[in-house]
Design a protein around this ligand. Structure first.
Ligand code: AMP
Length: 251
């Protein structure tokens, strides 16, 4: 089934409704993706969403969608400053944005959370928010890849300036150089994919996000996936591991 929800309620806040919402499903899946920046979470999220009918809820996309908007609040402006430096946005701001978007967490299509939680405080707060909504995570997928390989991957990453689709110059190239296959938008290298910013982001990942692997392992939610290989191979590996973890025959 072709599936391309526009995520308006997620990207612009809950005063907006999705024009093309995720398809409502009898069995909806709720997943979290973990892994260092550059491991390919955005690409995997998109592929998993196509296969599982879920909606891709990326906090990085959410911040980038608010770049250059005239009505950005002071809190959002501070968040964007932190992002441009490669630093983490404050837990309070991230979690209040998530709570404002609780309709997305209840969406009848399910979701793949990408980029959140990124700290233990966020993981605890997410657990509480989901508990209040009566929503349970099915699994937390952790993509593993040595950090030096991750840094190499950044140099080739390109993002569509319009629809935010993610490509890689060698691993997942667009059909025409510099142009998005999906919408024809111009492909760009993100500001926070520049070398100095990457170093700061790697440090933030190791210090703040890596402890979440243990947090979710203790809660029997963790599904670890080898992040080597082509995006299709990694997606197949992920789906096979998820079927086993959730005791599902097919998606
Ligand atoms: P991403 O596209 O997920 O790599 O996110 C890009 C940037 O947005 C990160 O480097 C952070 O500055 C910021 N960001 C995204 N999600 C979070 C989060 N959950 N907590 C703190 N900062 C975040």
């Amino acid at each position: 089934m072709s599936h391309d929800p526009d995520r308006l309620a997620w990207l612009r806040g809950d005063e907006f409704s999705c024009v093309e919402p995720a398809v409502s499903r009898e069995r909806r899946y709720r997943l979290v993706l973990l892994g260092p920046p550059g491991v390919g979470k955005g690409t995997q999220a998109k592929m998993l969403c196509e296969r599982m009918g879920t909606c891709h809820l990326s906090t990085g996309d959410l911040f980038r969608a608010n770049e250059g908007t005239e009505d950005a609040s002071p809190a959002m402006a501070a968040a964007l400053d932190a992002m441009h430096r490669g630093e983490l946005v404050s837990d309070d701001l991230v979690m209040s944005m998530l709570r404002e978007r609780s309709n997305c967490l209840r969406c009848s299509g399910g979701f793949v959370l990408d980029g959140i939680p990124r700290t233990l405080a966020q993981a605890e707060s997410l657990e509480k928010t989901l508990g209040d909504l009566g929503v349970e995570l099915d699994a937390v997928i952790s993509y593993d890849l040595p950090l030096d390989e991750v840094v190499n991957r950044f140099s080739g990453r390109r993002t569509c300036s319009s629809c935010k689709a993610v490509y890689h110059l060698t691993a997942n190239p667009p059909q025409a150089a510099g142009i998005c296959d999906d919408c024809g938008g111009e492909l760009m290298q993100r500001d926070d994919d520049q070398p100095e910013t990457i170093r700061v982001r790697m440090h933030a990942y190791t210090a703040a996000t890596q402890p979440l692997v243990q947090y979710y392992s203790e809660r029997d939610k963790l599904v670890s996936i080898d992040g080597h290989g082509r995006p299709e191979e990694i997606a197949d590996r992920t789906l096979a591991a998820l079927k086993k973890h959730m005791a599902v025959e097919s998606f």
